[in-house]
Design a protein around this ligand. Structure first.
Ligand code: COS
Length: 384
C-alpha cells in the first residue's frame, strides 16, 4: 500500500461524499451545458484527483494500482465526464514521462500536473491512423538542436484546455529494426500548434475533445521522451497499459451507479399492484448486472495487484478494458430496460449514462483491438 489503510479509507470516504453532494447533483447541468463548473474543477483539484498516481516526490498522492482502481470504482459512480477531465493527468497525459521521461521533464511538469494546475493530453490518433497506431504520419524532423513537427492529431481528449501534449511523431520511416515513432512532451502554447473546434459528442458532455494541428512546430531536442529516437510507440503502448486498467475501473464505478439507479427505481415503481422488483424477470436483469460488475471488479483488482508486483500486464489490461467496457454497456442497456419509457427520456440519469458509456468500447483501443492484443499474447505464451 502506498497509503496506510486509515488514510486510504478516509480518502475513499471523502470521495464518496464529494461524488454524492457535489458531482451527482450537477450532472444534468454538465450534460446540458457541455461544461464542468469551475467550483467542481476546484473541488477535484483540492481532493488531489489530478495527482493520484503521480509519485509523492513530485507532489502527487503516489497511489499504487490497487489503490488507484479503488478510487476510480468510487469516483466513477458520478458521470464519466468528471473522470475524463482528471484521469488523463493520472494516466495517458502523464505516464509517458513518469515511465520513460527525464528527471528534468518530471521536475518541471509533474508537480503542476499533480495539483491540476495544468492538464496533459495524449496525441496519438490521427485522421488516417486510429487502431493501426503504428501507421501514424505526423513527422518530427531533426534540425540542429531542435525537432520540427508537422501533422495533425484527431479526437484528442482534454486538448481544448491542455497545457502540455505527449505527441507521437515519426522520426524515421519504419525499418526492420523498429517502428520509427518517437514521443515528445511539449508545451501546448508552442508556436505552430493550433486547435480545432471542440467536437459535439454523443455523451460525456463536459469532457472536451478536439483536433490538434502541428505546423512547423519547433521544439528542443530534450523534449524527446527517453532521449532516444524510435522508442515512442513502445512508450505509447506502455502508457496505454496503465490507461486501460484505469478506464476499466471507471466502467465498474459507472456500472455500480447504474445498478443503484436500477434497484432504486425497481423498488419504487409499481405495476400489476407490486413494485417491479418483485418480478422475477426484473430480478434476472439485476442479477446479471451485479454478476457482470463483480466479475469486472475482481479481474481489475487481480490485474492491479499483478502490476504492483512488477509484472507486465499488457494482456490483463486489455482483458479488463475489453470486459469492463462491454459489461457497462450491457448494464446501461438493462438499466434503460428496467426504467422502461422513463429510461429513454432525457430527465433520467440512466438515459445520460447510456450515452456516456458507449465510448468506453471505442477509445484507448476498441474492443476489437483488445481482442487482438489478448489473442496475440495468448498465442505467444502458448508457443513458448
Ligand atoms: N508494452 C511494451 N512494449 C509493447 C507493448 C506494451 N504494451 N505493446 C507492444 N509493444 C512493443 C512490441 O513488443 C514490439 O516491440 P519489438 O518491435 O521490439 O518486438 C513493438 O512494440 C510493436 O508491437 P506490435 O508489433 O505488437 O505492434 P502492432 O502494430 O502489431 O499492434 C496494436 C499494436 C494494434 C496493439 C496497437 O497499435 C494498438 O494498441 N492500437 C490501438 C491504439 C489505441 O489504443 N488508440 C486509441 C487512442 S489513444 S487514447
Amino acid at each position: 500500500m502506498a497509503l496506510d489503510s486509515d488514510t486510504f479509507n478516509q480518502l475513499i470516504e471523502t470521495i464518496r461524499r464529494f461524488v454524492e453532494t457535489d458531482l451527482m447533483p450537477a450532472e444534468a447541468f454538465v450534460d446540458e451545458n457541455d461544461e464542468i463548473p469551475e467550483h467542481i474543477m476546484e473541488g477535484m483539484r483540492q481532493l488531489g484527483m489530478f495527482g493520484l498516481t503521480i509519485p509523492v516526490e513530485y507532489g502527487g498522492l503516489g497511489l499504487n494500482s490497487e489503490e488507484e482502481v479503488q478510487v476510480w470504482f468510487e469516483f466513477s459512480r458520478a458521470a464519466p465526464a468528471y473522470r475524463s477531465v482528471c484521469s488523463s493527468n493520472n494516466g495517458i497525459g502523464s505516464q509517458g514521462i513518469i515511465i520513460d521521461g527525464s528527471e528534468e521533464q518530471k521536475n518541471r511538469y509533474l508537480p503542476l500536473m499533480a495539483t491540476g494546475e495544468i492538464v496533459g493530453s495524449f496525441c496519438l490518433t490521427e485522421p488516417g491512423s486510429g487502431s493501426d497506431a503504428k501507421s501514424l504520419r505526423t513527422t518530427a524532423r531533426r534540425d540542429g538542436g531542435d525537432y520540427v513537427i508537422n501533422g495533425s492529431k484527431r479526437f484528442i481528449s482534454n486538448a481544448p484546455f491542455a497545457k502540455v501534449f505527449t505527441v507521437m511523431a515519426r522520426t524515421s520511416e519504419d525499418s526492420g529494426s523498429g517502428p520509427g515513432v518517437s514521443a515528445f512532451f511539449i508545451d501546448a502554447d508552442t508556436p505552430g500548434i493550433t486547435l480545432g473546434e471542440p467536437y459535439r459528442k454523443m455523451g460525456q458532455r463536459g469532457a472536451k475533445a478536439c483536433d490538434v494541428y502541428f505546423d512547423d512546430v519547433r521544439v528542443p531536442a530534450h523534449t524527446l521522451i527517453g532521449g532516444v529516437e524510435g522508442m515512442g510507440f513502445k512508450t505509447a503502448m506502455k502508457v496505454l497499459d496503465r490507461g486501460r486498467l484505469g478506464m476499466a475501473a471507471g466502467c465498474v464505478g459507472v456500472a455500480q451507479r447504474l445498478i443503484e439507479e436500477s434497484v432504486n427505481y425497481a423498488t419504487e415503481r409499481k405495476q400489476f399492484g407490486s413494485p417491479i422488483a418483485d418480478f422475477q424477470l426484473i430480478q434476472a436483469m439485476i442479477a446479471d448486472s451485479v454478476t457482470d460488475q463483480y466479475a469486472a471488479r475482481s479481474m481489475i483488482m487481480a490485474a492491479a495487484t499483478a502490476r504492483d508486483a512488477g509484472k507486465r500486464i499488457t494482456k490483463q489490461a486489455s482483458m479488463c478494458k475489453y470486459f469492463a467496457s462491454e459489461m457497462v454497456g450491457r448494464i446501461a442497456d438493462r438499466a434503460v430496460q428496467i426504467y422502461g419509457g422513463t429510461g429513454y427520456i432525457s430527465e433520467s440519469a440512466v438515459e445520460r449514462l447510456y450515452r456516456d458509456v458507449r465510448v468506453f468500447r471505442l477509445y484507448e483501443g476498441t474492443s476489437q483491438i483488445q481482442q487482438l492484443v489478448i489473442a496475440r499474447d495468448t498465442l505467444r505464451e502458448m508457443a513458448k
